[in-house]
Design a protein around this ligand. Sequence first.
Ligand code: FES
Length: 172
Amino acid sequence: MHSLAFTLLACCIFSIAQAFVPCVPDLRAKNAQRVGAINVVPLELEGQLDPTKTWDVKMTYKGETKVLTVSEDTCILEAAEKEWDVPCSCRNGICTTCAGRVIANPDSKKEAIHGLSAEQSKNGFVLTCQTHPCGPGLEVELGMYDTVYESQYGQYEKKATTEQKSKFNVFG
Ligand code: FES
């Protein structure tokens, strides 16, 4: 009985506090603006990127290399889409469809890491929808989804027996 009373009291206090803490409505408004928006700067990088600064980023896709001038508030994916039909889906760092690999000057990027493992990040993989330039000499190879998928799930796919594959139909 004590714990129920305590829980009710805590809920009341939280509800009242929500009405008076100014940051709660701010966050709600901010999140409402982000819903459905594309190419927004990840929350983790807000305030860290200077939109007045641009950097030359060397990008390679399907064997073609181009140097693109990209502002800090533009993600690598958005810049690449102006030149190529590069794959992407969620634009939120979850699906890894837009994966790329940084091949030079990794300190010249800022990223929000969501759908990659620590090992993949250590090996230079990035989610280009969550990666922004912030310095000179950044070089990125695009179209690394298959490689990322292989390192994330391919190992399990190979280990699965025929019975497991047909039972769960996970790997088609
Ligand atoms: S498009 Fe899904 S992680 Fe970038």
